[in-house]
Design a protein around this ligand. Structure first.
Ligand SMILES: Cc1cc2nc3c(=O)[nH]c(=O)nc-3n(C[C@H](O)[C@H](O)[C@H](O)COP(=O)(O)OP(=O)(O)OC[C@H]3O[C@@H](n4cnc5c(N)ncnc54)[C@H](O)[C@@H]3O)c2cc1C
Ligand SMILES: C=Cc1c2[nH]c(c1C)Cc1[nH]c(c(CCC(=O)O)c1C)Cc1[nH]c(c(C)c1CCC(=O)O)Cc1[nH]c(c(C)c1C=C)C2
Length: 470
């Protein structure tokens, strides 16, 4: 039997892939619900739906192709809500700088123009890269890397904002390999990103195909940019849950794992005071939650896991009656240099049909949670701030007809400088000690849902191969 720890999207996907391969699986989840950070709620009075975590997924790249093939296996195609590249919510992303909203460049032609808040065409920033010196090293923070190669404005306005919009983190701490591993390699090997890029075009063979089935083909043909689910993102873990129930996975809710130990190639998990023995364990727990469970037997592994930092994010969902926005867009981000106490706002009702409602999600905190809110912030204060910033920046007047406030503690891991070396050390430790343990989830090799699902598939396949070989 295999045990899967955690019932977020990572644990559910791991259980699905294991069971699909013929394994007997028990899934252990500490809370009384499945889905982890993926949560959709419905306001009881207005019926408006709010997503607290993700609401859209990417279509490009292998992790996305894998998610789409999982969706196909689950027969969920009809429940998808595609957003195509020509829609404003796919094309228009904004930043708020010096008291005004600005569209981010979204086409090749825009690099030749001066697009405020940038003082020069982005092409000039790209040319800077040709003369900028390379800094040799194993890793760098993404802010310094971008400032060195493309200048202050690209680092400050564009990349710092994007890092907020992906991991709520500070670009001055986050590894360049998190977002731009290839660009960093080109700097190391070719001295310039542009030179590396051009050499790569010459070398690369056209027509490289991503893995996947009919749905990914359709998504690419129909030019999907991102997609969500009709009724909200929680439809996805719900469908996975239904499927693993059919597969016979033993789902245990409200059961917290408090210790993991290994002996004779097997594993024992202490679950609500009782020992559960298995041949193998896949942990989808966030690294900070897994760390204490291993401390007694594997202190080195435990401290490597504990060293992966997390940030808190406050998520305030707001619904206003009527159409209130003057610009259709995905939303806007605020670069940290602007010293505004919110990270950004998603325009949910531009992305999805919300009837006669304007639905917004205001995200706050992240790497600056303590600076702006301390440790005792009240929901009312967060709501008031979200409403007042919405009024100031988007000119949405009055009070929301519905709202929901959550402080999501330790919800996003931070891939700080040195993260990927740490992951290599963690993997080597598990391999060298021959532990029947696989790690899945957003703490390790990608913070998005697509990455998490792919990590679950790889972990399950590794386990199934080992079992078949034994
Ligand atoms: C505000 C926000 C916005 C996001 N937006 C996007 C987006 O737009 N696109 C995107 O791709 N991703 C987005 N993400 C990231 C995405 O939500 C995560 O990558 C994903 O949900 C992580 O899933 P997981 O299974 O790894 O972890 P989790 O969801 O954290 O699941 C882990 C589970 O383990 C359980 N657990 C913990 N400790 C124990 C224990 N001791 N015993 C048993 N069970 C335990 C927890 O209760 C939880 O259910 C966002 C995240 C947040 C917070
Ligand atoms: C302001 C805070 C946040 C917003 N979204 C997230 C946070 C912390 C979380 C998040 N957003 C994305 C991912 C997945 C990345 C992946 O690898 O798939 C996560 C974990 C997607 C995303 N959202 C924005 C960008 C630039 C990206 C990267 C991928 C892509 O280009 O689609 C933009 C964005 N995020 C937020 C806002 C307000 C925003 C606005 C333009 C909120």
């Amino acid at each position: 039997m295999s045990v899967v720890l955690g019932g977020g999207i990572g644990g559910l996907a791991a259980a699905y892939y294991l069971a699909k391969g013929g394994s007997k699986v028990a899934l252990i989840e500490a809370t009384n619900r499945l889905g982890g950070w993926i949560r959709t709620i419905k306001d009881p009075e207005t019926g408006v739906r709010f997503d607290k975590g993700p609401r859209t997924l990417r279509v490009r790249g292998d992790p996305a192709a894998n998610t789409l093939s999982l969706i196909e296996e689950l027969g969920l195609e009809e429940r998808l809500y595609p957003i195509t590249m020509d829609q404003p919510s796919a094309k228009n992303r904004m930043i708020y700088v010096k008291g005004a909203l600005h569209l981010l460049p979204s086409s090749v032609s825009s690099v030749f123009k001066i697009m405020p808040p940038f003082s020069k065409p982005l092409l000039l920033a790209m040319l800077k890269d040709l003369v900028a010196p390379a800094k040799k090293g194993k890793d760098d923070n993404i802010y310094d890397f971008v400032q060195r190669r493309f200048g202050f404005e690209v680092a400050d306005y564009l990349v710092s904002a994007m890092i907020c919009g992906i991991c709520a983190g500070n670009a001055k701490d986050i590894s360049v390999k998190f977002l731009m591993p290839q660009l960093f390699e080109w700097e190391q090997n070719d001295r310039s990103v542009l030179v590396g890029f051009l050499k790569n075009i010459v070398k690369s063979k056209p027509g490289a195909k991503v893995a996947g089935g009919a749905l990914i083909e359709k998504a690419l043909k129909d030019r999907w940019s991102i997609f969500g689910f009709k009724g909200g993102m929680e439809a996805f873990p719900e469908a996975l849950t239904d499927r693993i129930v059919t597969q016979g996975v033993d789902i245990n809710l409200g059961k917290e794992v408090s210790r993991i130990s290994f002996q004779n190639g097997e594993v024992s998990c202490l679950v609500n005071g009782k020992m559960l023995n298995a041949e193998h364990v896949i942990s989808s727990l966030p690294a900070n939650k897994l760390s204490p469970l291993l401390k007694e037997e594997h202190p080195i592994l435990s401290s490597e896991l504990a060293a992966i930092p997390f940030v808190d994010v406050a998520v305030v969902n707001l619904a206003y009656k009527g159409k209130r926005l003057s610009k259709e867009a995905f939303g806007f981000l605020i670069p940290p240099s602007q010293q505004v106490p919110i990270l950004g706002v998603i325009f949910d009702s531009c992305n999805f049909d919300a009837g006669d409602w304007t639905v917004l999600t205001v995200m706050m905190g992240g790497a600056w949670f303590d600076k702006y809110f301390g440790s005792n912030v009240k929901d009312d204060q967060l709501l008031e701030l979200a409403v007042s910033k919405t009024k100031e920046i988007l000119h949405v007047e009055g009070s929301p007809a519905a709202y929901h406030v959550s402080v999501m503690r330790n919800c996003i891991p931070q891939y700080v400088v040195g993260h990927f070396d740490r992951i290599d050390r963690i993997k080597s430790y598990i391999k060298d000690k021959n532990l029947p343990l696989e790690l899945v989830g957003s703490s390790y090799t990608g913070v998005g849902v697509n990455d998490v699902i792919l990590s679950a598939r790889r972990a399950a396949e590794t386990r199934l191969l080992r079992k078949a070989a034994a």
